[in-house]
Ligand binder design. Structure first.
Ligand code: ARG
Length: 475
């Protein structure tokens, strides 16, 4: 059904309809559209623009439609232009001309952005919940490896030995910031736009503050032209989803690399691996690779919306219809990727022995020599030089640092006495890095328990918001 047409003498061509219809993708806004219609209905009734009787009939029909949409009994037809037109058709089929009453004081311009805000809030809360569950998995895995030494890298070169639990736990901090970002986004997104009309507000006695409360928004719009033009919340949501994608892609890269034959640290479980159609021996880390690859489309969706918004005149322009698919796609993509990555992490085992043997190689304890000298009041520049000379000698003799003799150490710097050997042990080196946030196992255990405590706080906060949202939706 079309919501317009009287001033036209000819109907749109098939090509026009095909390009302008959005019902093929915006139908998923239906529950939010019906819910915001219930709020609008109350406003019209309060303003005596609808009799109590008529309002009650419309309310009943809207609630029936909610159930019928959920069960699939009511679905859009190929003639419906968008979700709003389809639902007005549904209402009109039930109520005759009374079904068209809700359009009073309301435009699809304020309606669509209200629906989309509700959709976005609902799904971003769900996303926060998925990230919290992912973090619980990451932190549990990290706790298993707190006491296991591994080489730490910079430039993918051995840098300094670290606790491998420290390595795994680092990912949880990135996702915790993403959860914070969602909470912060929510503050700015929780704004009602219904009542802005097409762009200028309404001459009818509408009550946007009432609608805001009724739909669980923190407040209502301050400028009706801005209200129908603003898609900052879509762009911001797409930045957040892109960054989550980037964080997942770094896990993907790490798992792929550490699972390679050269590393052979990560043993990804069979059920999270895939095979090759031609090479029977292959076990490929496809989940990790897809987590890495999906970041491309997530960033693409952000760029597509920012580009659509750039230079767009105020207020509503049809270009804005392009806001939905990227948002839907990014949220759907993460809903696929996060559970797969989470399962992959939970079931991956790491080769403790291999990591431990590798930890001191590549002269990763050279910094310990410099720090030893600094503790003996040698200026750091000189200490760095001496440690570098030890490495150079080892390279010349094809040996490791601990294999240098006492004389060789003393020859390089008189302060390098035999006690230097104590810091050339991996576990001791790791245990000595007790800076808050550092790699000493005692510190890593603290980090993990603090992160778990923060995760359970976030879990509670998000669960409360989800509960409030679903109560609002079923009111
Ligand atoms: N399907 C449209 C969208 O998604 C709804 C708003 C249409 N408004 C208009 N004035 N044509 O943006």
């Amino acid at each position: 059904m079309a919501l317009w047409g009287a001033r036209f003498s000819r109907k749109p061509t098939d090509a026009v309809f095909a390009l302008s219809q959005s019902v093929s993708f915006d139908w998923r806004l239906a529950p939010y559209d019906l819910r915001s219609s219930l709020a609008h209905l109350s406003v019209l009734e309060k303003a005596s623009l609808l009799s109590k009787d008529d309002a009650a009939k419309i309310r009943t029909a809207l609630k029936e439609l909610l159930t019928e949409v959920a069960s699939g009994k009511f679905a859009p037809s190929s003639h419906d232009e968008d979700v709003h037109s389809a639902l007005e058709r549904g209402l009109t089929e039930k109520l005759g001309s009374l079904g068209g009453s809700l359009r009073a004081g309301r435009s699809r311009n304020d309606q669509v952005t209200t629906d989309l805000r509700l959709f976005a809030i609902d799904h971003m809360l769900g996303l926060a919940q998925m990230l919290i569950e992912l973090n619980e998995v990451i932190l549990k895995k990290a706790a298993e490896y707190v006491d296991d030494a591994a080489p730490g890298f910079t430039h993918i070169q051995h840098a300094q030995p670290v606790s491998f639990g420290h390595e795994i736990a680092k990912h949880a901090h990135a996702f915790a910031r993403d959860v914070d970002r969602i909470q912060d986004w929510l503050q700015r997104t929780s704004v009602n736009s219904l009542g802005a009309g097409a762009l200028s507000g309404s001459s009818l006695q509408l009550d946007p503050e009432f609608v805001a409360k009724n739909l669980g928004f923190v407040k209502s719009f301050e400028n009706s032209i801005d209200a129908v033009s603003d898609r900052d919340y879509v762009a911001e949501a797409l930045f957040i989803t892109s960054l989550i994608g980037v964080h997942l892609s770094r896990i993907g890269e790490e798992w792929t690399l550490l699972g390679s034959t050269e590393f052979s640290w990560a043993k990804i479980a069979d059920e999270y691996s895939t095979g090759s159609s031609i090479m029977p021996q292959k076990k490929n880390p496809d989940m990790a690779e897809l987590a890495r690859g999906k970041a491309g489309r997530l960033i693409g969706n952000l760029v597509s919306v920012l580009t659509m918004l750039k230079g767009l005149p105020f207020a509503y322009n049809r270009d804005l219809q392009e806001d939905k698919e990227p948002l839907f796609d990014s949220l759907d993509t993460l809903a696929l990727v996060i559970p797969a990555v989470s399962g992959m992490i939970a079931t991956t085992n790491f080769d403790r022995e291999k990591m431990k043997l590798s930890a001191p190689t590549g002269f990763s304890l050279a910094t310990e020599i410099a720090d030893y000298l600094v503790r003996k009041n040698v200026p750091f520049a000189q200490a760095h030089e001496a440690a570098g000379a030890c490495v150079a000698l080892c390279e010349k003799l094809s040996c490791e640092l601990h294999e240098l003799s006492d004389d060789q150490f003393a020859g390089i710097h008189s302060t390098l006495d035999p006690k230097i050997r104590e810091v050339l042990a991996v576990q001791g080196a790791i245990a000595s890095r007790t800076t808050a946030g550092g790699t000493a196992p005692s510190q890593v255990s603290n980090q993990i328990s603090n992160a778990l405590a923060k995760t359970s706080d976030s879990r509670r906060e998000i669960a409360n918001k989800i509960k409030a949202f679903s109560e609002m939706m079923s009111a």
